[in-house]
Design a protein around this ligand. Structure first.
Ligand code: GDP
Ligand code: ZN
Length: 458
């Protein structure tokens, strides 16, 4: 296929040491060559890098000191000719280089267009393309590993295996239709089909089970810190933020009416909701209205419920707790450096099976235990992202849920000895739905919609 030549800055915004302007398309090398002083880039070997200067052909002025990589198709990310111009990291110099390239008739890439070309040129399938997007947005190392697995195509491989199995089942049915005179073929067919179809169902369900963790890894675990005034909520927030390795606060395209902060607790990305209320009130009495806490709790996956070791349980604690039902709760008994006035048995009775951790945030005690409790709740201390193909994409989950239903329909149709063409319809539909995950049967509009979500330059 042929597309015009596109370019974009492909390194993140900000003051990195170097920045890269990437070109892709038939004209990429020719255009870069027009701007490069020292060498004839059209004559160099593919996959080599060259030091020199960029000049503006209009004024003959030197614009930038650069390193240029020449990468000829097809062994490139887009499967097209690619040129990467490495220049100094400042926004000013990288913009100058981009402008210069665009002045030569190269088009500015749309968000996600490089990845879109990789897809359209058959370099990656759709689930891999989406994984690239997740990779860009990955919030923690563990989320990164999940995205990496998808890029490497684990999910695609699994889906393709399932589709292959469905094709085999469909082939058996064809045999049945082609030779209806053999009664025993039908019987044999049923006996063989049901376990095969059930195997597909089981695999789909296994994948769906991983989706909860996948979503958490991708979006962060919605977490609320709650408790009466003065128990140590702000202190807890500050501790978590300080301990955290990576805090990424920008999610493109989300507007929410609550303030969020990301922290990384042993690979579990927590998205702390409504932290403004906790941060801002220093001396003022924090009155968390019941309505407000209800609303915030409604958004939460995880509640960190803070109690004071130095005070008995109050009616307010009980009211707060009642609002948290059905949430994962970790109870934090804070201020253990002070005199005990809290009856632990009271607490246990109130919070039933929830994990209880004791801390003295003032003396920085119990923080490790708290972090372990959070990680444990979600990974049970055993699951390593590398070993699992987490399903983390809302579109994938939706399609898998549909295919779970259609394969179930197929199985009951076989069991009830329904006409084979009905079974065929359900099996074919399952095959199609799975195909949509890897992009085999998507319509053009869906493709455009997906790729427009990407960051610029990818
Ligand atoms: P919030 O109102 O729930 O946000 O509570 P803060 O985090 O603002 O803490 C209230 C007060 O308790 C502050 O003076 C903190 O320094 C203090 N504090 C927090 N954690 C501890 C602790 O573990 N021990 C002691 N003794 N004081 C603490
Ligand atoms: Zn506070």
């Amino acid at each position: 296929m042929e597309y015009d030549t596109i370019a974009a800055i492909s390194t993140p915004k900000g003051e990195g040491a170097i920045a890269i302007v990437r070109l892709s398309g038939d004209q990429a090398v020719q255009i870069a060559n027009k701007l490069f002083k020292e060498k004839d880039l059209e004559k160099v070997d593919s996959h080599t890098i060259h030091y020199g200067h960029l000049i503006d052909p209009a004024s003959n002025q030197t614009i930038e000191e650069v390193m240029i990589s020449v990468l000829r198709a097809p062994k490139t990310f887009t499967r097209e000719d690619v040129v990467e111009i490495n220049c100094h990291g400042g926004i000013f110099s990288v913009n100058k280089v981009l402008e210069l390239v665009l002045s030569q008739g190269v088009r500015l890439a749309e968000p996600g267009e490089f990845t879109k070309r990789a897809f359209l040129n058959g370099r990656i399938d759709l689930s891999q393309a989406e994984a690239v997007m997740d990779l860009i947005r990955a919030k923690t190392d563990r989320a990164m590993a999940v995205a990496m697995n998808q890029v490497e195509g684990r999910l695609s491989k699994l889906i393709q295996t399932l589709r292959q199995q469905l094709l085999e089942i469909l082939a058996h049915i064809e045999v049945n239709i082609d030779y209806p005179e053999y009664d025993d073929v039908e019987e044999m067919t049923n006996n063989m089909l049901i376990p095969k179809a059930q195997n597909v169902l089981v695999e789909i369900q296994k994948l769906l089970e991983t989706s909860k963790q996948g979503k958490i890894l991708r979006e962060g675990l919605a977490t609320v810190i709650i408790g009466r005034p003065n128990v140590g909520k702000s202190s807890l927030l500050n501790t978590l933020v300080q301990e955290s390795k990576a805090i990424v606060t920008d999610i493109p395209g989300t507007t929410r009416d609550v303030i969020e902060e990301y922290v990384n607790v042993r690979g579990v990305p927590l998205r702390l909701i409504d932290t403004a209320g906790i941060r801002e009130t220093k001396d003022v009495v924090e009155a968390i209205g019941v309505e407000r806490s209800k609303k915030v709790l409604g958004l939460a996956d995880l509640v960190l419920f803070v109690l004071n070791y130095n005070e008995p349980l109050t009616e307010e604690d009980r009211v707060l707790y009642e609002q948290m039902e059905n949430k994962d709760i970790i109870v934090i008994i804070n201020k253990t450096d002070l005199e005990q006035r809290l009856d632990i048995e009271d607490v246990k009775q109130l919070v039933k099976n929830s994990t209880i951790v004791s801390t003295s945030l003032k003396e920085e005690k119990g923080v490790d235990e708290l972090e372990a409790a959070i990680a444990n709740l979600y990974f049970k201390g055993q699951i390593e992202a590398q070993d699992l193909t987490y399903l983390s994409n809302a579109r994938h989950i939706g399609l898998l849920k549909q295919s779970e239903q259609t394969i179930k329909d197929a199985i009951s149709a076989i069991e009830m000895q329904m006409p084979v063409d009905l079974v065929q319809i359900d099996l074919t539909r399952t095959w199609e739905l799975l195909g949509e995950i890897v992009g085999d049967s998507v319509q053009e509009s869906l493709i455009d919609q997906l790729f427009s979500q990407f960051c610029l330059g990818k």
